[in-house]
Design a protein around this ligand. Sequence first.
Ligand SMILES: NC(=O)c1ccc[n+]([C@@H]2O[C@H](COP(=O)([O-])OP(=O)(O)OC[C@H]3O[C@@H](n4cnc5c(N)ncnc54)[C@H](OP(=O)(O)O)[C@@H]3O)[C@@H](O)[C@H]2O)c1
Length: 424
Amino acid sequence: MASSSRAAGRTWDVVSLGTVAVLGVLGVRRRHAADGANPPLSPSTADRDNFDLSGAQCIVTGASSGIGAEVAWGLARAGADKVQMACRDLGRCERKRADKLTQCLAARPSDEAEVAGLSPAEAASLRAKKRRKCALLHQTCICAHLELTDPDSVRTFAGSFSGSSGSQRISSSLSDGHLGLPRLVLVNNAAVICDSRDGVDSAGSGNMVQWANHFGHFLLTSLLLPIMGPGSCVIIVACQSHRWGSLKIQRDAGDEICSDAIEHSHGNMGSFSGPLSSLGLAWYARYARSKLCNVLFAAELRKRYPDGPVCLAVSPGRMDTRLYEGAPGWFHRPLTLLARACFHTPDEGAAHILAAMAEAETGRRRSIAAAAAADVSSKASTEEESSPPPLYWHCGRPQRPSAASEDPLLGAALWRASEAACKL
Ligand SMILES: NC(=O)c1ccc[n+]([C@@H]2O[C@H](COP(=O)([O-])OP(=O)(O)OC[C@H]3O[C@@H](n4cnc5c(N)ncnc54)[C@H](OP(=O)(O)O)[C@@H]3O)[C@@H](O)[C@H]2O)c1
């Protein structure tokens, strides 16, 4: 009996590994697509002059690792006044911060090219300037504690941030105007692919992944919205996996709204949530669901706060990061190897995020200029200039997200469910 159940388990393991390999191949194909005919944007190809964050206060969740650490450093390089690396493990955060300083100081090749042809005194002065620049970036990025699965930790973080950013209050609406408030850049980046507290094989009712990837960020964003001044933005780090996610919500009216039905009504296949769960990949289905929530949240935030911060959902592409180490059992090893061999580096992922922000910032400045210009030639051109940036970005380029993630009824239902979960 025991041996037959072990054999059945092994069969499922093989099937599951096959599924993971398919996911990996999809990642590789995406990488080639991005590298080939349609190369991803990076801040160097985007309009860098418009990507000036001087005066901005930034928060990057999950900046102790992977993409978050690179984004934090990138925001500091773009001139931000302060970048809070909001992490659950302060020791890891400080180590990452120290690594970034070491990397910056050791950036020899460009250093050598820059000093070629200079006198020794000029070269020494240039090197000293670079060292000062690295030290400044290191001081700009500071570590702060944030555990997204703990609402008290999120509230404490938001409260101390609002105090340290010069605003003494957190109210519940933007209705009293937001002039005089700081420019805030919030990058909701932290995520886990699996949390053992949720269980691995069954669909279960555990929602730690949902808290880390969606509810915690929903609460944080809601608490910070009232102190976001002009030019603020909220970047929600999403994932192509949102297309695989399935979400069913009980609405106030008592009926249920389901993402699969929405996908079907658009002629799409719907999610793979059921098959994933029956393949023992319920943990991946949970991750995909949380990523669907990320895109829905971004769309609903825009709808509710049209004059609020610019909000983008950005998929960075598949990256070689610690994310896959969180996969259960022996999955993490092949996934990690696959990531190492085929996926992008974290700084490429960060470049995709920063590029989307730069594009959105360019659009924002253009619309301010168009609104201010006295000699705007036609109403049509003004409307065109002030249209909001695309909602969803993949590898630094705008893309249409899944039909369910744009559905206003599902977005509204998720918002209410999230408010209830966060006791807002
Ligand atoms: N890697 C990819 O291929 C890929 C693809 C598409 C989208 N993304 C998205 O990119 C984002 C960053 O992921 P990554 O690849 O850079 O992964 P990563 O290296 O594992 O980084 C995730 C970060 O989130 C933090 N974190 C996890 N749970 C947290 C919690 N409860 N409270 C606070 N912080 C928490 C982690 O903290 P610790 O250091 O303490 O673990 C870590 O700093 C995620 O939103 C992910 O969904 C990644």
